[in-house]
Design a protein around this ligand. Sequence first.
Ligand code: ZN
Length: 131
Amino acid sequence: MPKKISHIGIAVKNLDEAIQFYKKLGLEVEGIEVIESQKVKVAFIPVGNVRLELLEPTSEDSTVAKFLVKKGEGIHHLALGTENLERRLQEIEKKGIKLIDKTPRKGAHNTNIAFLHPTSSHGVLLELCEE
Ligand code: ZN
């Protein structure tokens, strides 16, 4: 079972402006990277054992860009830290949970990630994240 919250994904229009805001709160950016497969630029901000993952789309057809158009800036997804992601996905699919990713894909920070479908998870976009 998932043992922790890995990170909270937050969609932002402008990564630099969002970073400046969190710096004013006394938080520091751990790293910034572009994830080509998801068409996002990501900044990680650790808060205790959890990270905030700020997501700025790098392309208009990015899912995060579509999210911003539909809902505006805000919390985009919640990521649960898990082990054996591939096996976990098979198990939860057998339980009738709808998946966006049936097999893991590469996330930021050398992680493997997979998204569950929000229609199964009561409106929350859940990511499983294997570190
Ligand atoms: Zn994430």
